[in-house]
Every structure is written in structure tokens, then in C-alpha cells.
Design a protein around this ligand. Structure first.
Ligand code: ADP
Length: 696
């Protein structure tokens, strides 16, 4: 976050620098535009001077025209000398009614300089202008004369005179126009571009004829009058040393600039204008101020925005910090909870493992005394002749068989739970598995009146055959158990890259509400009395665990009263739909050891012949001692024929205890459990073959 604040601040600095740079560029532009603005405004002033000078020139030209016309009229008409006062006055007044505001008076003087007629009065004052230089110049022969500024004797006001000589040959008098300087002053005042200015109409000697001057400057400068030298009085005397110049020119002095513009057609007159130089850059300065103000505002806005953003970022940093802290706290809590869970899980696993070990050890340890119990029962059967006691012993035997089966289940599930079973995978043909299962379960099925059918496929599986046999065995065992007098069909079907093995029965079926629970340990649907002969409720739990170990999946389809289908889906070896490889895949067939307990060895011949056809190597020992030796040396299955009586000698009994095998007795013998399978004559060959296979 610190980094973010830094980058926020640096962005602000960059933006600030950019604004500063822009402001600098604007300032430079302003600086260079100052000269331009000055020159432009100076040009405005010069144009204004020109306009004023031209106006003065045209005003004087029209006066000249008037004078020339009147002179001709007076000379041709003659007799003006004899005009009455009224006629003279009327004649001049009429001429002035042509609206010439620049003219104050129109006057006629005689050759002696006496005033004869005026436009302003019938009886004007008796004044004489013989001393006026323009009169002198006319008397001496000049046709026209300009003069001024001077103070008029009629009006006592400053004026400027334009005069014409009267008389063709001899000098008869003078026709004079006294100009009205106020007219020019007003014109000048109304047309000036600036309020703060001084403009004067001056003569060739620099004397002021008329002056228009701003009130601002007039107050603090020398008072100026008509006839003053403009250089001494205008701009506070700033141009006192300026040489007289009748040409168009511009001069700067101190804080003023003076421009000179000659009046066209009147070489005696010119317009002088004096302007404070500051005025010429006034607009520029205002613009510069505006720019500076705007830049300042922009900088200020940026500064305020920057401070606000910075504050926001700081607040954000605080919030983020708090969020991170609470996140860390949360993480810590989750970690603690996970650790605790892990500890509990480990504890549970340890307990489960201990339980499994306990069960395994207990069931293993119980097997020994159970075995001994079975031996004692065998002895008890032998010595008991009382029929009631015999029935009792048989029941005890059946109960102990059931306990043995249940102990086996307990041991199995404990081993599976201890997770110390690793599947030993190998290629195995499905037909081989099916025929082994048929060998094992045909007899128990028949005992319950169940038709057990197998429909195999030629498929090569890669699995642990012992575990798979145990799994399918449990399913088949259940199917037989829960379909009395029914049919159980074990079949295989193709799936994509898998084979589906089904164990289908038409028995009791399983209601939907129990279809999940039946896979739990010790769960039985209809064995609430917990009859031990009905199993412990571990068969499916074992099947489920084995399926998980093999990477297979068990599914169930069932309805109460309509049988059940348990299906197992197993991966097959890719592309292997095989020709049967029974010989390779089937476990090695152990030899059969044939013994005739009645000592009539010829009885063994038929059996030996048949066993050989089934693929067994048959050993027929001469004596029982040979039999013991052979059994100790190799893994043989003993088959004892005892068809003479129902009493088996102790020697043969202990042999069967030590090496479980098959005991074939005469019909009707009720032999106790000898650690062997018991068949009575007549023996069905298929049944014997199945029994032998199950002993492999
Ligand atoms: P058990 O040792 O009791 O057979 P299992 O775990 O194998 O224990 O089966 C649990 C329960 O599921 C059985 O008690 C039975 O009620 C029911 N069950 C299992 N297989 C079948 C079947 N094929 N038909 C009907 N019920 C069955």
C-alpha cells in the first residue's frame, strides 16, 4: 500500500510538473506577445492621429473653399465697403448657416485693419487688426494667410485665423475666419481610443491651437493653454527637449510615447498625441493576469485534489491494513481449526486402527481355542452314544462352525480396515474365476435348493484374484442365502473398457430405504434377533471395501419381493478379449493323496482314475506313515475312503485335523467335523470335483 501511496503522490508530482510546464509555456508566450500587443496598439494610436489630422485638414479645406468663394463674390459684386451694417452682417451670417461648426466668426476688415462686418453682430466692436501678422502679410500682397493661435479681440478666446486678401490690384481689406478650437477638441475627445491621453493640434512653432486632454492626467500635470509650447506642458514636460519636427514620427520618453502626424494640406499644423506607454500594454497585462490567475487556480485545484486523493489513499491503506489483519486472523483461525481437525482425524484413525487391530488380534486368538473346541467336540461325538447327547453335540458343532465363519469375517474386515492390504494384481481370466466360484458355491446352493448358474465371458482382467473371489463370493453367498429355492445367476457383460459382473437373484429383494445401509458394518435387515447363524452383517461391508481397493464400483438394483442385482464394474486389460488361458492362470493343482481307511486299497482305483482325468496327480501311499510323510513334504489334499464303517481310527482323525481334506464314508454315516469335508456314498462325481477345487 505504501508503494501505492508513493505512486499516487508521484502521479500528483508529475501532474503538478505538467501544469507548471504548461504555465511556463503560457508565460513565455505572454512575454513575447507583449511586444506585438505594444506595436499593435501604437498602430491604433497612429491611425487615430491620422484620422484626426485628416478631419482637421478637411475642416480647414472647407473653410478655405468658403473663403475663396466669398472672396470672388465680394470682389466681383464689389461694394462691400458700402454695405450697411445690417447687410454686411446678414450676408456673413447667411454664409455661416451652411453648418460649419469649426468656424466661430466670419469677419471683414477694411484696408486699415478696422473691423467692418461680422457674422456674429450687426454692430460689432470697433477693433483694429493692423498689428496682426496675417493682416500685415495680406497687406503686403499675400493672397492668403493662416495665423494662430492667438486670443481673438471679439471673443477674448483662443482661436486660429484663415484669411484672404480682398481687392484685385490694390489692397482693399481682409476676409477672415476665426476658427472655433472647441470643435476640434470635442471631435478629438469623442474619437480617442483611450481615456488617458493628450492630443494637441499645434502650429509650426509647437504652439497649441487646441488640446484635448484626459482629465486623469490633467490634474497632476502642468496646466496647458492655447499658445503654450506643447513640449513644455504635455506629459509633464517629458518631451521638453524634443526637436520640432513636422513629419510623421514617434518618440518615446520616460513612460510616455509621442506620435506626430501632419495635417494634410496645411503644412503649418500637425497633430501631436501623447499616451502613457503602460496603456499600450494594458490589455496584454490584463490577459497575462488572467492567465496567471487561471494557472494559479489550476495549481491550487491540483493541490487540493492531490491532498484529497492522498487522504483517500491513506484511508484506503488503513482499511486494507485492517482487512489484511482480519484476513490473517481468519487464516490463523482456519489453520488452528484445520490442525485441530487433523489431530482429531488422526486420533479417530488411530482409534479405528486400534479397533481393527483389536478385532484382528481377538479373532485370530479366538480361532485357536475354537479349533481346539472343534477337536474336543469330535472326541465327544465319538464317545457319546446317547442319541439326545448326540443331537446336543451336533448343535454345538453347528454353532462353533458359525462362530468360525463369523470370526473369519471379523478378521477380514479388520485387515481391510487396517489398510495393510495391497492388491496383488495379475492377469486373470474371468472364466477361471467363475469356475472356482462355481466349485465353491454349487454345494451350498444345492443344499438350499438354489439353482446356481454362471454365464462367463472371455475376458482378461487385471486384478487381485483372491480379493475379487472373496468379493463375488460374498455377493453369491448372500444371493443363495436370501433366495431359498430360487435361482442365482452370475453373469458378465461388456461395458466400454470395463466388464460388468452381475449377481442376480429372484429372492427377497431389498427395500429402497435399506439399499445404502446394507453396506454398513453389522447391518442386517431382518435379523433383529441377531441370530449368529444368519451372519454378522459384515459380508457387504467387506465386499464394499474390497471393491474400493480394486478400484471397482458396486451398484445395487432391487425391489422388495422381486430379487436383487448386485453389479460390479471392473476395468479390463485394454483390448483383451481373450482366448481362455485357464492353464496359465489357474493356480497350480495340488496332488491328491488317496487313502483307504478300511485298508482295501483296490477301492481307490476308480477314484484315482477319475481324479487323474480331472487333472490331478494322484499319490496312493502304501501305509499311513507314508501318507504322513507325503503330506509333510508336499501340499497334498488328503482324500480318505472309509466305506466300511462309521468309526474312523484316531490316526486318520488326527491326520485330517492336521491336513484338511475330504472324508468319504458309507451312506448314512453321521460323521462329526473332522477338519474335513464329509461326503457319504453314493458320491456324485461333480460334487466331489467341486469340493476338491474349493480345497485348492
Ligand atoms: P449378512 O452377513 O447378514 O449377510 P451382509 O452385509 O452380507 O450381511 O448383508 C447385509 C444385509 O443385506 C443382509 O442381512 C440382508 O438383509 C441384506 N441382503 C444382502 N444381500 C441380499 C440379497 N441378495 N437379497 C436380499 N437381501 C440381501
Amino acid at each position: 500500500m505504501a508503494q501505492k501511496i508513493f505512486s499516487g503522490s508521484s502521479a500528483l508530482v508529475v501532474a503538478g510538473l505538467a501544469v507548471l510546464m504548461l504555465t511556463g509555456i503560457l508565460a513565455l508566450d505572454q512575454y513575447f506577445s507583449r511586444e506585438k500587443a505594444y506595436a499593435l496598439n501604437l498602430r491604433h494610436i497612429e491611425q487615430n492621429d491620422r484620422m484626426f489630422a485628416e478631419h482637421v485638414g478637411r475642416s480647414l479645406d472647407s473653410v478655405d473653399i468658403l473663403l475663396d468663394e466669398m472672396r470672388i463674390a465680394l470682389q466681383e459684386g464689389g461694394g462691400w465697403q458700402h454695405w450697411s451694417a445690417a447687410t454686411g452682417h446678414q450676408s456673413l451670417k447667411t454664409r455661416l448657416s451652411r453648418s460649419l461648426p469649426q468656424v466661430r466668426h466670419l469677419l471683414i476688415f477694411d484696408a486699415d485693419g478696422n473691423q467692418r462686418h461680422t457674422s456674429f453682430a450687426e454692430a460689432p466692436p470697433q477693433i483694429n487688426i493692423r498689428d496682426r501678422p496675417y493682416f500685415v502679410s495680406l497687406a503686403r500682397g499675400a493672397e492668403r494667410a493662416d495665423y494662430g493661435p492667438y486670443v481673438g479681440r471679439n471673443s477674448n478666446l483662443p482661436t486660429y485665423a484663415l484669411a484672404r486678401r480682398l481687392g484685385r490690384d490694390s489692397f482693399e481689406g481682409a476676409l477672415v475666419v476665426a476658427l472655433e478650437p472647441v470643435y476640434f477638441e470635442e471631435f478629438c475627445r469623442s474619437s480617442r481610443p483611450y481615456g488617458d491621453f493628450e492630443t494637441a493640434l499645434v502650429n509650426a512653432e509647437g504652439r497649441i491651437v487646441t488640446l484635448c486632454r484626459s482629465l486623469n492626467t490633467a490634474d497632476d500635470q502642468l496646466p496647458a493653454r492655447a499658445g503654450d509650447d506643447y513640449r513644455q506642458v504635455l506629459a509633464g514636460g517629458a518631451f521638453a527637449t524634443l526637436p520640432l519636427n513636422m513629419n510623421r514620427s514617434t518618440h518615446e520618453s520616460g513612460s510616455f510615447v509621442a506620435t506626430t502626424e501632419p495635417v494634410p494640406g496645411h503644412s503649418n499644423l500637425r497633430v501631436i498625441n501623447i499616451t502613457p506607454r503602460a496603456l499600450l500594454t494594458q490589455e496584454w497585462r490584463q490577459q497575462a493576469w488572467r492567465t496567471a490567475l487561471l494557472s494559479g487556480l489550476a495549481l491550487l485545484t491540483l493541490l487540493v485534489a492531490g491532498l484529497l486523493i492522498r487522504r483517500q489513499l491513506q484511508q484506503l491503506a488503513v482499511v486494507t491494513h485492517e482487512l489484511r489483519r482480519s484476513h490473517e486472523t481468519l487464516e490463523l483461525r482456519v489453520e488452528n481449526a484445520t490442525r485441530e481437525l487433523e489431530t482429531r482425524r488422526n486420533e479417530a484413525l488411530r482409534l479405528a486402527d486400534a479397533k481393527a487391530r483389536f478385532f484382528a488380534a481377538a479373532s485370530h486368538d479366538l480361532r485357536q481355542p475354537l479349533h481346539a473346541l472343534q477337536l474336543f467336540l469330535a472326541d465327544l461325538t465319538r464317545v457319546t452314544n446317547d442319541p439326545e447327547q448326540k443331537v446336543l453335540v451336533e448343535r454345538i458343532e453347528s454353532a462353533s462352525r458359525s462362530i468360525a465363519g463369523q470370526l473369519r469375517s471379523l478378521l477380514d474386515i479388520s485387515r481391510l480396515d487396517m489398510a495393510n492390504i495391497t492388491p496383488e494384481r495379475k492377469h486373470v481370466a474371468l472364466q477361471t474365476l467363475f469356475s472356482q466360484l462355481a466349485d465353491t458355491y454349487t454345494v451350498p446352493a444345492e443344499a438350499r435348493g438354489v439353482r446356481l448358474l454362471f454365464r462367463p465371458r472371455e475376458v482378461l482382467l487385471e486384478t487381485d484374484p483372491a480379493l475379487l473371489t472373496r468379493l463375488l463370493g460374498n455377493l453369491i453367498d448372500n444371493a443363495i442365502k436370501f433366495s431359498p429355492k430360487g435361482t442365482v445367476l452370475v453373469s458378465a457383460r461388456w461395458r466400454r473398457n470395463a466388464v460388468r459382473i452381475e449377481v442376480r437373484d429372484n429372492g427377497a429383494g431389498i427395500p429402497p430405504e435399506h439399499q445404502t445401509e446394507i453396506f454398513d458394518e453389522f447391518f442386517q435387515i431382518e435379523n433383529r434377533a441377531r441370530d449368529p447363524n444368519a451372519g454378522l452383517g459384515l459380508g457387504l461391508a467387506i465386499a464394499h471395501r474390497i471393491a474400493r481397493l480394486l478400484g471397482a464400483n458396486i451398484s445395487l438394483r432391487s425391489a422388495k419381493g422381486h430379487g436383487s442385482v448386485f453389479a460390479l464394474t471392473l476395468p479390463v486389460v485394454a483390448g483383451k478379449v481373450m482366448a481362455p488361458v485357464v492353464a496359465q492362470e489357474s493356480p497350480a493343482i495340488p496332488p491328491l493323496l488317496l487313502l483307504d481307511a478300511g485298508g482295501r486299497w483296490e477301492n481307490t482305483d476308480d477314484l484315482a482314475e477319475r481324479a487323474r482325468r480331472w487333472g490331478y496327480e494322484v499319490i496312493v501311499p502304501n501305509t499311513i506313515s507314508d501318507a504322513w510323510r507325503a503330506l509333510d513334504d508336499s501340499r497334498c489334499i488328503p482324500v480318505i475312503l472309509h466305506t466300511e464303517s462309521c468309526q474312523l481310527s484316531a490316526e486318520y482323525q488326527s491326520l485330517l485335523h492336521r491336513h484338511p481334506g475330504v472324508l468319504i464314508t458309507a451312506a448314512g454315516c453321521n460323521m462329526p467335523e473332522q477338519g474335513a469335508y464329509h461326503l457319504s456314498e453314493p458320491v456324485k462325481p461333480a460334487r466331489l470335483r467341486a469340493l476338491l477345487r474349493s480345497l485348492h
